[in-house]
Design a protein around this ligand. Structure first.
Ligand SMILES: Nc1ncnc2c1ncn2[C@@H]1O[C@H](COP(=O)(O)OP(=O)(O)OP(=O)(O)O)[C@@H](O)[C@H]1O
Ligand SMILES: Cc1ncsc1CCO
Ligand SMILES: [Mg+2]
Length: 276
């Protein structure tokens, strides 16, 4: 059982992170899939960050030095996108800017798995995937694929996440019923969120973008910033679901709830535990 004071510490950390994002409005470059661009950008705006979907390899040398964080998502990867992703990731790492890798649907082809393994070598600050994605990336093998959806519980991926964190040096985050965050030693569980979020495409991609925004304002504490982003997004989903009639209206209410989140609600709803 988490002690009351530990839970309070997590809650005040989550609120402090959200407040900092709202005050500093970090610029987050997103090289993300076509399905997710709109929801990722709107999620970042609602949280107070500034999204920029800048993809072209020719723009990266000019633009990436100005960003505060980067999110790379391979959900609709083609061979002509990969050089942009690698160039942005390499530059972000070189300039000490935090970046997030979302290995969306990594198991769907050998091409995608190889691309993700190459991106992992470029030192992402955080790797965020669903259970199946983290298991595949950690073992560098495709196994069964359900495309962008997970066929595993996030808790099935704890050992894979720890092993990937240790081999890559990244904090690894697994989204699902319980969001798992690990640096290979500590394992934290974020119990916010609602099942219906799985019925909106790109909620996981949006979460990865949000993690990038939170890293931008606390990059030296990647594990804590990631936990905070996951809790905030989950709480917005919980509040959104209470107003929604189904996934379509949840999408709208999730964005509104994220925008309107206040301190009392955050302090009351944060549900974070140490799992190891
Ligand atoms: N069963 C569940 N209960 C509570 N919250 C959930 C559940 N499933 C997913 N979520 C929440 O939904 C969000 C998206 O996670 P999910 O694992 O569905 O992402 P994903 O598979 O990467 O999605 P996508 O690829 O469509 O972007 C997370 O914030 C997560 O906490
Ligand atoms: C549905 C879908 N297909 C490729 S990426 C994506 C968005 C969720 O990851
Ligand atoms: Mg995903």
């Amino acid at each position: 059982m988490e002690s009351k004071s530990e839970q309070n510490e997590w809650s005040s950390g989550v609120w402090a992170h959200l407040t900092a994002v709202r005050q500093q409005s970090p610029l987050v470059q997103c090289i993300t899939n076509f399905v997710s661009m709109d929801l990722v950008a709107n999620t970042l705006l609602s949280a107070g960050a500034s999204p920029a979907m800048v993809h072209s390899v020719v723009e990266i040398p000019d633009f990436t030095p100005h960003i505060h964080a980067l999110c790379v998502n391979v959900g609709t990867l083609t061979p002509d996108w990969l050089p942009s992703m690698k160039a942005a990731a390499e530059l972000a790492s070189k300039l000490g800017k935090p970046w997030v890798l979302d290995p969306a649907a990594v198991s769907c082809s050998g091409f995608r798995l190889k691309a993700c393994l190459e991106l992992v070598k470029l030192k992402p600050t955080v790797i965020k995937g669903n259970g199946s994605e983290i298991i595949a990336l950690s073992s560098a093998s495709r196994g069964h694929t359900k495309g962008a959806d997970s066929s595993h519980e996030s808790t099935d991926a704890i050992e894979a996440a720890k092993s990937l964190a240790l081999s890559s040096g990244a904090v690894v985050a697994v989204s699902g019923a319980v969001d798992i965050v690990t640096d290979g030693k500590q394992v934290i569980g974020v119990h916010n969120g609602t099942k219906m979020m799985q019925k909106i495409t790109a909620t996981g991609c949006s979460l990865a973008g949000l993690v990038a925004a939170f890293l931008a304002i606390d990059s030296s504490r990647a594990l804590e910033a990631t936990v905070s982003a996951m809790s905030v997004f989950g709480i917005a989903g919980e509040l959104g679901e209470a107003m929604a009639n189904g996934p379509g209206s949840l999408r709208m209410h999730l964005i509104d709830s994220l925008y309107g989140l206040d301190e009392t609600t955050v302090l009351k709803r944060v549900n974070i535990t140490r799992l190891g």
